[in-house]
Write a protein that binds this ligand. Structure first.
Ligand code: HSE
Length: 379
């Protein structure tokens, strides 16, 4: 399958690296993925032409590129330019994979209708939740279920920034700059901290789960006003705040909002570390399902792009990779045993209970019989 990759920023580069690294495995299983063209701006063309073996072109060559490729992979951060690239591909009957939440949100209805009209794939797994596979399962969930509430943390930068402020009293501006260095934040991080990026992602989920709305009408407040004193106040009360996106069907429509939410510090969403995202979805048949994983960054997001490319190539039916033998290695751990034991491996004995040191599980089995309760300590 011949692919044109548009944009070689954080996400484009992530997808490119994975396609290169997994080239052999993918070729053997789903088929060859040939990056026939890389479409970039005039400014970066010269540098990338020297660096890469692929043909690097600019938008002026796009018509010719479309005549030759089977799939367009759009990985720019632009909105209208990206829309134009995608529209032209779909109109020519060429499938599109994109990571561009801004363009998908702004042109959701038009692009999905165009793809349907031309009966070509339009996949955007990377647009919501970064590396979390959530949109692919949501497509299936929507066919089978009425979707109840959707709730989640959809911006890695904000999650990282809030965690750092609560944990170490980190400086807001310095941490935001770090998020940019780590490849989490948008080019203009205002989109992250004001909640616009989260709003776009929630909007895409809403379009898929409930129907068409004006995404920009979703009430939105970000975390730009979160200050040290607010953090201290919440910590004193054993609370934490997170930027939460939520939507649910209500009489006559849906309710949706993106705003900071105060949570108990032990709440699952409060505990989400680093740039991890989570999407909780209520399905009428399946019940409550949670999707959690890296919400931003070059490799996780690149991985989501590649998984869409693989879906297109395999028509959704993923082959099983045939693997060789693998060794089952010994398990180690600290254990709680419901019996007073003696030996080098014992850390403490507390009445009828023993806490062991880190030890090989097989070694423990030599000291306990099958009737004795024991459990590995994970806390
Ligand atoms: N800026 C986004 C985030 C990137 O921080 O979540 C992933 O969409």
């Amino acid at each position: 399958m011949k692919v044109a990759l548009i944009g070689l920023g954080t996400v484009g580069r992530g997808a490119y690296d994975i396609l290169k690294a997994r080239n052999d495995v993918l070729k053997e299983t789903v088929g060859a993925i040939d990056i026939a063209y890389i479409v970039v701006t005039e400014r970066s063309k010269e540098r990338l032409s020297r660096e890469l073996e692929e043909t690097v072109v600019t938008s002026s060559d796009y018509d010719r590129v479309l005549d030759e490729v089977d799939l367009v992979v759009e990985a720019t951060g632009a909105i209208d330019i990206a829309y134009d690239y995608m529209k032209r591909a779909l109109e020519k009957g060429i499938g599109v994979v994109t990571a561009n939440k801004a363009a998908v949100s702004a042109y959701y209805k038009e692009l999905t209708e165009l793809a349907e009209k031309h009966r070509v794939p339009f996949l955007f797994e990377a647009a919501v939740g970064g590396g979390i596979p959530v949109l692919t399962p949501l497509r299936a969930l929507c066919l089978q279920n009425d979707i109840g509430s959707i709730r989640g943390i959809l911006n890695g930068t904000c999650n990282y920034l809030i965690n750092a402020m609560f944990k170490d009293g980190a400086d807001y501006d310095e941490t935001l700059a770090l998020c940019q260095e780590l490849g989490y934040a948008e080019q203009d991080p205002t989109d992250d901290v004001e909640g616009y990026d989260t709003r776009r992602k929630l909007h895409i989920l809403i379009e898929m789960a409930y129907g068409h709305i004006d995404g920009e009408a979703i009430p939105t407040k970000g975390i730009a006003q979160l200050t040290g004193p607010v953090v201290s106040y919440l910590k004193e009360h054993r609370k934490k705040v997170k930027l939460v996106a939520s939507a649910k069907p209500v009489e006559g429509g849906i309710e949706a909002v993106v705003e900071p939410v105060v949570l108990d510090e032990s709440d699952e969403l409060a505990l989400l570390p680093d740039a991890i995202n989570e999407v909780d979805i209520e399905g009428s048949w399946v019940g409550d399902v949670a999707f959690r994983g890296p919400g931003a960054g070059k490799e996780p997001t690149g991985n989501a792009v590649v998984s869409d490319i693989v879906s297109v190539l395999s028509n959704g039916a993923l082959p099983l990779l045939s693997r060789g033998d693998v060794a089952l290695k010994p398990v180690f751990g600290r254990y709680l045993v419901a019996e007073a034991l003696e030996g080098d491996f014992v850390e403490t004995v507390d009445g009828d209970f023993t806490l062991t040191r880190e030890m090989e599980r097989d070694e423990l089995l030599k000291h306990v019989d099958a009737e004795t309760f024991f459990a590995r300590i994970d806390a």
